[in-house]
Write a protein that binds this ligand. Sequence first.
Ligand SMILES: *[C@@H]1O[C@H](CO)[C@@H](O)[C@H](O)[C@H]1NC(C)=O
Ligand SMILES: *[C@@H]1O[C@H](CO)[C@@H](O)[C@H](O)[C@H]1NC(C)=O
Ligand SMILES: *[C@@H]1O[C@H](CO)[C@@H](O)[C@H](O)[C@H]1NC(C)=O
Ligand SMILES: *[C@@H]1O[C@H](CO)[C@@H](O)[C@H](O)[C@H]1NC(C)=O
Length: 285
Amino acid sequence: MQLTNPFRRATTVVLVAVLVLAAAAARADGALCVKSDKAALLAIKSGLGNHPELSGWNSSVPCCSWPGISCDTTTGRVTELTVFALNISAPVPAAIANLSALQTVNLAYNRLYGRIPEFLSPRGALPALNFLRLDGNRLSGAIPPTATVYDLSLVGNNLTGPLPATFADAEFGDLDLADNQLTGDASMLFGAKKKMNALRLSRNRFAFDLGRVQLPEGLDILAIDHNMIYGSIPAAAAARKWLAFDVSYNSLCGPIPQGRYTHRFGPKHFVPNKCLCGRPLAPCT
Ligand SMILES: *[C@@H]1O[C@H](CO)[C@@H](O)[C@H](O)[C@H]1NC(C)=O
Ligand SMILES: *[C@@H]1O[C@H](CO)[C@@H](O)[C@H](O)[C@H]1NC(C)=O
Ligand SMILES: *[C@@H]1O[C@H](CO)[C@@H](O)[C@H](O)[C@H]1NC(C)=O
Ligand SMILES: *[C@@H]1O[C@H](CO)[C@@H](O)[C@H](O)[C@H]1NC(C)=O
């Protein structure tokens, strides 16, 4: 485009300035919210009983600026949904499935009941989902096979049954399943090549041979206390830089691998068990 005409040039300059200002304003107040996402958020609000704390989710404010909501500033799609600790009693709202650009969902510490829906998943309706917190609710039933979210916390619900087979091939970074009534084998979560940093299985009814697992390279938090786990502690545990380590209240046996980081943890991280021995417990005989 050749801008020889001074009038056209001036018009263009003004137009560009207006567009730049409009874009800045849109970013600042989050005005860019896709219509269908707004409709879904209003359906979620209704599904959560129009809780008073959600009164800020109203049309006088652009939906990207609603409490607990973040958007992608270029697409206007909702990327984060946080409804945290409002003690809301409801099933997980189905309309969440329409927010297909979600990356982060945090519904922790409410009183959500019913099953974990299959759509709440990168394999379901939410391909970009990599962070899901549903801890501190009253969700029940089995964990669905789709729940393979990279950072996943389901702590403190009423989940039952074995882990879904899909968890064997899933990539988890931080997995927290403590305080449920989960059963069976959880050894498929381990593996030398896995990226897992933190694994918490405390206070369930898992039963598997810990001596046969390979610890993921980057694992530095392992809390598997209060289960029915048997076998021995893998020798590789001696070389890991543990930030947290608890195998108490299981049925483990054999020598405790000795390393600088396992030495941080006192006896209560190891007892009771069937017959663990060595520092910090009594020497093996
Ligand atoms: C969710 O998406 C479905 C299918 O596109 C549509 O029929 C429904 O109206 C949407 N619901 C909301 C609340 O946006
Ligand atoms: C809408 O949200 C704004 C901002 O939180 C709040 O000040 C206002 O009272 C709300 N309006 C209604 C009708 O709830
Ligand atoms: C949560 O709600 C229940 C009723 O649904 C009520 O009994 C309980 O006291 C509430 N807890 C908090 C912390 O507000
Ligand atoms: C957990 O589930 C069991 C059996 O399904 C039920 O008896 C119990 O009341 C539930 N507990 C809570 C806190 O929902």
